[in-house]
Ligand binder design. Structure first.
Ligand code: CA2
Length: 163
């Protein structure tokens, strides 16, 4: 199982500026912790961070055929980007949106996520643990998809043997 983790604009500043909302932990440390957790779950993870909308769109598109699912924190683009929403929708890979902070408890303009509607689930307000919850949720979803696909293959084989 292969999962791409995509981080949006300014998340590279975590632990460097403004620890009141996002804490002291750096993005690199968050990624190291996710990597350890993923290894325990026998999941392969890759990481990508960009401050550019188009680069995030490109990365989502590149996931097609290469990854089983996506975990994304589109950061401020969650509230503005139809392009990122369309990219998630276009690749049609199971995607979980993560927000470190509880966006619903913050300014009004953060309450609406444009990208959330095309994601399988959204996790917000759990701090960096949210990425680990997303990993568990996504692995569950992917396991269920694999089980359905296997059952479909077996049913097809049986039909072919009968004919
Ligand atoms: O809570 C989240 O994870 C957010 O996606 C973080 C975004 C914000 O625009 C979203 O509304 C919610 C911000 C990314 C990090 O921004 C920083 C700002 C100052 C210092 C460090 C990071």
């Amino acid at each position: 199982m292969k999962i791409m983790i995509i981080q949006g604009p300014n998340l590279n500043m975590l632990g460097i500026r403004d620890p009141r909302i996002y804490g002291n932990i750096k993005l690199e440390t968050i990624h190291q912790n996710i990597q350890k957790h993923a290894e325990q779950m026998n999941i392969e993870v890759d990481f990508f961070q960009s401050n550019f909308e188009g680069e995030i769109v490109d990365k989502i598109q590149e996931c097609l055929g290469q990854y089983d699912g996506i975990i994304i924190n589109p950061a401020a683009y969650s509230h503005t980007s139809i392009a990122i929403r369309d990219a998630i929708s276009a690749v049609n890979l199971p995607t979980i949106e993560v927000h470190i902070s509880n966006i619903h408890a913050r300014e009004d303009f953060r309450h609406k996520s444009i990208t959330a509607a095309v994601c399988a689930g959204v996790i917000a307000g759990f701090g960096p643990i949210g990425y680990h919850l997303a990993l568990q949720g996504l692995s569950q979803i992917l396991g269920e998809i694999q089980a359905i696909q296997q059952a479909q293959r077996q049913a097809q084989e049986q039909t072919m043997q009968q004919n």
